[in-house]
Design a protein around this ligand. Structure first.
Ligand code: FES
Length: 504
């Protein structure tokens, strides 16, 4: 099932051509989610010429699959930030995200974007007694930064709540409608967008970058923005050593109940996040959560059912209309990486590691990146400094990187004993070993077999099968592939090797 947001714009969605000729611009942005689009939008105001390349369609990945809460409340986070970075940077983080809410509202008003933007309070709640002290501590931490958070012990939710921290005046919207509005606002400006254009390489010569697409067409640009969810360049930068990815699931249920007045997320595990949206006469309640590290070998079979159970606590007669899954990058210190990609690649910038709070973080990133390109100091940049980690010590991973330069698509044939194939249930997959080679085999509902080499094309980790989404997921840095081997989530940019399966 598609995400509700993507479905809601499917009729009026603007489409863009594939890059079919060599081009040049001041800035080349790689990635058409919120970071890329917002950066392009702000650059268009600065009269820069911009080319944005998206490997599939605008907002078809993380942006189009989020819960679209626009908030500076990123779970219980500010006490942690004060403890680890001190008050100054914690305040910077909070103020940057608060400013992002205002920036988004300003764009919506100025550009007349109809995207169901609504002001709502945001809450982190708990149903566990032992979480209460943490929530109270967070309230004090946030107040110490000058923000009017408060502790409340009652919520509108029809579930037993013991306490919550409230952030007033946050917001929610429809991210795909907002994205369409941004695209419209950039029409007739010096911004050109190309969809279905996968970037496979980046070279530099005489202070100009050459960005190379899969079909060999190139963009020449002085500045490059990596807005690709997960950076697609491994070296330098080494972001794959500093981030992991996490999957979460969302169900959208139709209910006759009124829209929620607030937006909610719990503090304990498993994560449960709630918001609602008006859909015609009815309300669509979105329940998200059940997060886990991508590729983790755990039983996922009940993930959606557990979210539906939460929805039924709120309305026993609700009807499931949507379910989808999303993936987010999380940095090891939980703070996004925004700014210079690496001191070895001047004029290349990135925004990543938003840890599921991409609506505001992408706006923060766009503003910092645009200020850098325009040579201005941004008041919030310090806390997000992307080159903040110490030199890499993980030589094992660095060795693995060499594997990435090998082969792209190689077709191999394997004869597999009938008995082994019979043991794979329909609509499930298994990794089997044949003559010392591992083969991942998926059997569809008509018993058609799809074979792949279950080795991630990023840095060579063995993939895990995700039976809920029918994807091959990488436990190392979170790349994901369809059952027929197509790369769908970064950092991998190459498809899996296909293995033809024959019965023996
Ligand atoms: Fe890095 Fe798979 S995503 S090895």
């Amino acid at each position: 099932m598609k995400s509700y947001w993507i479905e809601s714009v499917s009729k009026e969605k603007k489409t863009f051509p594939k890059l079919e000729q060599h081009e040049k611009a001041d800035v080349c942005i790689i990635g058409g989610g919120f970071t890329g689009l917002s950066t392009a939008y702000y650059l268009s105001k600065e009269n820069k010429s911009v080319i944005l390349l998206e490997k599939s369609e605008i907002c078809s990945h993380t942006t189009g699959h989020s819960t679209a809460k626009i908030t500076s409340q990123h779970g219980l986070f500010y006490d942690y930030l004060i403890q680890s970075l001190g008050t100054k940077q914690a305040k910077q983080y909070l103020e940057a995200n608060e400013k992002a809410i205002k920036n988004i509202e300003k764009i919506i008003k100025e550009e007349n974007i109809e995207c169901e933007f609504e002001k709502k309070d945001a809450y982190v709640f708990t149903q566990k007694e032992e979480e209460i002290p943490k929530i109270k501590k967070e309230v004090e931490a946030v107040k110490s930064l000058g923000f009017p958070a408060e502790f409340v012990d009652k919520l509108e939710l029809e579930m037993p709540i013991l306490g919550a921290i409230k952030f007033p005046n946050q917001a929610q919207f429809n991210p795909c409608k907002y994205a369409q509005g941004l695209v419209t606002a950039m029409e007739n400006k010096n911004v050109r967008i190309f969809e279905n254009t996968k970037v496979v390489d980046l070279k530099s010569k005489d202070n100009i970058y050459e960005i190379i697409a899969e079909n060999g067409k190139t963009i020449n640009a002085k500045y490059v923005v990596l807005a690709t969810h997960y950076p697609i360049i491994n070296v330098p930068g080494y972001y794959f050593l500093k981030m992991y990815q996490s999957l979460s699931y969302i169900v959208g249920v139709e209910t006759k109940k009124e829209e929620l007045n607030g937006m909610y997320i719990n503090s304990e595990l498993p994560t449960i996040s709630l918001r609602s949206v008006k859909e015609g006469e009815n309300t669509l309640l979105l329940v998200a959560g059940m997060d886990h590290k991508t590729g983790e070998k755990i039983d996922l079979s009940q993930s959606y059912e557990k979210l539906i159970k939460v929805a039924r606590q709120i309305d026993p007669s609700c009807k499931v209309k949507y379910q989808w899954c999303t993936e987010d990058c999380i940095s090891l210190d939980k703070i996004p990486y925004i700014g210079e990609f690496s001191s070895l690649m001047p004029n290349v910038y990135l925004g990543t590691g938003y840890k599921k709070w991409g609506m505001t973080s992408s706006n923060v990133a766009a503003n910092i990146i645009v200020d850098k390109i325009m040579g201005k100091q941004n008041p919030y940049e310090e806390v997000f400094t992307s080159t903040r980690l110490k030199p890499i010590k993980n030589y094992k991973e660095m060795g693995n990187m060499l594997k990435e330069v090998v082969n792209s698509l190689v077709i191999q044939k394997f004869k597999v004993p009938i008995k082994t194939l019979k043991d794979i249930p329909k609509e499930q997959a298994k990794i089997i070993e044949l003559d010392g080679t591992k083969v991942g085999i998926y059997k569809d509902k008509d018993e058609k077999l799809y074979g792949v080499k279950p080795v991630c094309t990023h840095l060579g980790c063995e993939l895990s099968w995700n039976n809920l989404e029918k994807t091959w997921d990488c436990p190392c840095h979170g790349s994901r592939f369809t059952f027929f081997g197509k790369s769908i989530y970064d950092p991998s940019i190459k498809d899996l090797e296909i293995i033809e399966i024959e019965e023996n």
